[in-house]
Design a protein. Sequence first.
Length: 317
Amino acid sequence: MGKFDGVLLLSDFDNTLVYTEDALLSGGNLPPLNSANREAIHYFMAEGGIFSVATGRALPSFAPIAPTLPMNGPTILFNGSALYDFAREEYLETAFLPEDIREKLLPVEEAFPGLVCEIYHDGNTIHTLHPSELTRNHLRLTGSSAVEVRSIEEVPPPISKVLFEETGQRGDALEQFVRSRSWAGEFEIVRSGKFFLEITAKGATKGGMAKKLTELLHIRPEDVCCVGDQANDLSMLRLAGHARAPFAACEGRVKYFSLHQPLNYSRRRRKSQGVRADFVPISCDFLRKTADLPQRPLQHCLTIFCQTRGKPCRTML
C-alpha cells in the first residue's frame, strides 16, 4: 500500500506542467519537462498514485509528447472532447461536435473576413483557415502538420473542436459575436489562453471528462487533485477535491496571477506522513471567489514543482 493509493493527480500541460508561452510567441521548440516535476511525479506514481494530463491539444500534437512524460493514466484531449489511452492506442470516450457546427460557423466566417482558426477532428489531421504567424508557431510548438482549407465547410466530420486565433480588439469582437449567436448555449465556448477561443460540444470540458475518468478508475472525488492555469481548467478545478492554480495566468473575466511573474507567497513548513517538506502554498482565492471551488482539508501531500521561466517553485498537493 502506497501513500497515494486511490489518488488521481490531473494536470494541465501548457504553462502548468511545462511553460510554453515564450516558445509559442517566438516560434521556438517545446521546452522539456522540469527535472523536479519529473522526479515528483515518478515518486507519486511509485507510491500508488495515478498521474494524467488534461490538455487542449489534439491527438496528433500530444502523441509525440506522451511517451516523454511519466504518466500511468489515460489523457484528456481536445479540452475535454476525448479521453485517450496511449498505452492501448484507443479512445475510451469521445464527445465531438455535431455535424451542423460547420453550418453554424459560416456566419462567423462572413462577419470576420480572413478568420484565423484551427479545426481538429478525431483523425491525425489538423485543418487551418487563414493561418497566421501565431498559427504557424502554435503548430511548430505542438509538432503538428496541417491542411489549409478555404472554409470550415471543407473540413470533414467529426470535428472535435474549433480553435480561433484572433488577438486584440478583433479577438474580443469575435468572442462577443460568437457568444451572441442563438446557438451559443448549445456548445462550450471558453478561452484557453491570451490568444485562443475554443468551441467544443456541450459538456465536453476538462471537468466533464475528468468526471468520466474518475468513474472509470473508481476514484473518489475527494481524492482527485487538479492543477490548471486558465479558464478552460475551471471545470476540472471545480470537480477536484484539491484544486491548485500554479501561478495561474489568464486575462479575461477572471483575474489570474501571471504564470511568469513572481508570486507573492510565504514559505512555511508542514509535517506530512512523518516527512518534513518545504513548500510554497499557492493562493486559489481568486478561483474560489469566481468558481466556488472546494476547500477540503488535504489528506495526502505531494510536492510538485511548477516551471516558470526555467525557475522551479514548489507547491504541495
